[in-house]
Write a protein that binds this ligand. Structure first.
Ligand code: LLP
Length: 462
């Protein structure tokens, strides 16, 4: 019999039986995690060490059950707590691949994209153009052409967007638009991932809102049907979203008074997840309940009909479905200072620790219940001293060749990955019901040469 598990940190990295998996974003490991009769870690019915041997490492593993469960929770919570129409959009910057787009589309999600690459991935993954919104603070003419051609809703971020759209949209086929503004709401998250305060590169300033709404009313090529704001990412408080609903309802009233047929109110994403035991984000349902309730109240207070409610979860949809398996290699003991264990990946497949000092949880996939802990620092293999995935972390004693799983890597890992040091990107697999499927093949060193061009004059003559 396999036992359901939840990762418990509390200074140790042991597992404990899981009794209350209430929301994927509140569970460090994928919700299908189990310990099998051999005391090895299993996800999606697959023993992780077997996957590591079959596909090689580093390996991004995606649990389909966790991903679908997060999608279903957003959809059912919106239905339960919001009396009007709703459409959740997956913020695909969190992890843009064909397989993930296909899963979220099949669960009834739309999608938010920020580049032609993300748009293309979404469309090819089966998301319909009319269910996609296109963001960006510096969209190119080509990107706008592509979005417009595919009936994607374009989120106006600035006057530059308006000027470029004049070149393509017409009275015959008006551009479907949403307007993004900076709501002026502060929230507690890393400075780099805060976007709702006034000193932000995204969206129109609130002081410009009225004039841009008036200007848009004069264009027969513009069909403004929605308003958008996003306040930041990895947020645990709900008050900023309650405040946001009020600010957006004011904007909705203004836009409708000016004569825009606004039907969509898009409150962005931002719900945080549990990376380490101390993290205590609200559940998906709680978050939806709060934003839905706040929008209903804000509209009622202003005598407005309920808009279609949109939100754009990224991290809370995909982060905890994902984990990364590494193989442990070299060990270096700096006496009295630190023990370094190096793994065969690092900042190129997970740049979040070096970028945001992000914390993660991990365990040895074949010794998840061992408790003979040693304090170690898990370092990556890149030529950069800061390439550390977990600092001063308690791990059961292990040796070279052991596999390590780092949890919560489904969001902003692959999507922010690089080839620093010309290290190829890992493969990605999707697991579920005891089987595994490749969803992204491993890059090979030769792949990295594909785009290089060596001018003839550099080619050695003999
Ligand atoms: N909507 C918009 C307009 C956004 O800019 C973002 C994230 C989201 C939705 C999704 O937010 P989420 O639900 O994932 O919090 N690279 C950083 C995160 C950057 C988030 C950027 N925008 C990280 O690794 O933490």
């Amino acid at each position: 019999m396999n036992i359901k598990v939840k990762i418990s940190m509390e200074g140790s990295q042991a597992f404990e039986p899981n009794k209350d998996i209430d929301s994927p974003n509140r569970n460090i490991a994928p919700i299908s995690s189990e310990i099998n009769e051999n005391k090895k870690l299993v996800v999606g019915g697959c023993q992780l060490s077997e996957l590591a041997k079959k596909y090689g490492t580093p390996l991004y593993v995606f649990d389909e059950l966790t991903l679908r469960s997060a999608c279903k929770t957003y959809i059912s919570s919106l239905k339960k707590h919001y009396p009007g129409d709703s459409l959740p959009l997956y913020a695909s910057k969190a992890n843009s691949t064909l397989a993930i787009c296909a899963v979220i589309a099949s669960e009834g999600f739309g999608l938010d994209a920020v580049s032609e690459g993300e748009l293309l991935t979404a469309l090819k993954g089966g998301v319909k153009g009319e269910n996609i919104v296109f963001h960006g603070n510096n969209k190119s003419q080509d990107e706008l052409n592509f979005a417009y051609k595919n009936n994607v809703t374009i989120v106006l971020d600035n006057y530059h967007d308006i000027e470029l759209l004049k070149n393509i949209a017409s009275e015959k086929k008006p551009a479907k638009l949403m307007l993004r503004f900076t709501p002026g709401i502060e929230c507690h998250t890393h400075e780099y991932i805060r976007t709702g305060h006034l000193d932000s590169k995204f969206g129109f300033d609130p002081d410009e809102l009225k004039s841009v709404l008036l200007e848009l009313k004069t264009y027969n090529w513009a069909n403004l049907t929605g308003l958008h704001a996003h306040i930041g990412s990895q947020i645990f408080e709900v008050q900023p979203h309650i405040d946001l609903a009020g600010v957006m309802a004011d904007a909705l009233k203004l836009a409708q008074e000016i004569g825009h047929p606004i039907i969509d109110l898009n409150l962005g994403g931002g719900l945080g997840i549990k990376y380490v035991q101390e993290d205590n984000p609200p559940s998906i349902e709680k978050w939806v309940e709060v934003i839905a309730g706040a929008v209903v109240k804000a509209c009622k207070d202003r005598n407005l009909d309920l808009p279609r409610l949109m939100c754009e979860p990224g991290r809370s949809l995909v982060a905890n479905s994902g984990l990364t398996i590494y193989e442990i290699g070299s060990k270096k003991v700096v006496p009295g200072v630190r023990t370094y264990l190096s793994v065969n990946g690092g900042m190129s497949d997970n740049p979040r620790p070096i970028t945001y000092q992000s914390l993660y949880s991990a365990c040895l996939v074949d010794k998840p219940l061992n408790t003979n802990f040693e304090k170690v620092t898990i370092a990556g293999k890149h030529c950069e001293s800061g390439d550390v995935l977990l600092k001063d972390f308690l791990l059961p004693s292990c040796e070279s060749g052991d596999f390590l799983a780092v949890f919560g890597t489904g969001a902003y890992n692959y999507s922010m990955s690089s080839n620093y040091n010309r290290i190829p990107r890992p493969a990605t697999i999707m697991v579920g019901k005891g089987s595994s499927e490749l969803t992204q093949r491993r890059e090979l060193p030769e792949d990295l040469l594909q785009l290089d061009v060596l001018p003839d004059r550099f080619i050695p003559k003999n």
